[in-house]
Design a protein around this ligand. Structure first.
Ligand SMILES: Cc1cc2nc3c(=O)[nH]c(=O)nc-3n(C[C@H](O)[C@H](O)[C@H](O)COP(=O)(O)O)c2cc1C
Length: 158
């Protein structure tokens, strides 16, 4: 199975998870990793599984991630299995009540990414996932890398 992981990352945490996911996908075939600014429809040639990942910033994916999906043709992901994940702040660690409320209300990047991929014809390979960082710049919360690897294994088995 040929896979493509398109990931954005500001502080490196989403990249770390993307590398862990790609490592698992590599056990099932060829894998390429691309930043959204560098990825285009040409990279989808022969791809059976597309994973798109972004840090959650202001309740959504990064502009580069959104633009990458937007520029794809309406049926670009026809016959491609798609999955999305984000990284996000552990809400338990946010001490400002208002911010905690906002995060819970306005949500995260992965769900809208998954929806946008399906709008381009992709069929969902997994539920959108979120992996936790302890603070804005990280690090990943203990166990999250392993949880991501488990999520990735289900992508191959599915
Ligand atoms: C400007 C900014 C906005 C953010 N907004 C959110 C948010 O709405 N919800 C959330 O859970 N985390 C938010 N975060 C935390 C990011 O999700 C965190 O920085 C990211 O997971 C780190 O991933 P990266 O190292 O790949 O950039 C924000 C961080 C920054 C710097």
């Amino acid at each position: 199975m040929k896979s493509l992981v398109v990931y954005d990352s500001v502080f490196g945490n989403t990249e770390e998870v993307a590398r862990a996911v790609a490592g698992v996908l590599a056990t099932g075939g060829e894998v390429a990793m691309k930043r959204p600014e560098e990825a285009s429809a040409a990279d989808l040639e022969g791809v059976e599984l597309l994973v798109v990942a972004s840090p959650t910033r202001a309740f959504r994916a990064t502009p580069a991630t959104i633009s990458f999906i937007k520029q794809l043709a309406p049926d670009a992901l026809h016959r491609v299995r798609v999955a999305a994940f984000d990284t996000r702040i552990d809400v338990e660690k946010i001490d400002k009540r208002f911010l905690s409320f906002m995060v819970k209300t306005f949500g995260y990047a992965a769900g809208p990414i998954a929806k946008a991929l399906q709008k381009k014809g992709g069929s969902p390979a997994a539920e959108p996932a979120g992996f936790l960082v302890g603070d804005k710049e990280g690090p990943l919360v203990d166990g999250e890398r392993e949880r991501a690897e488990e999520w990735a294994r289900a992508l191959i088995e599915g």
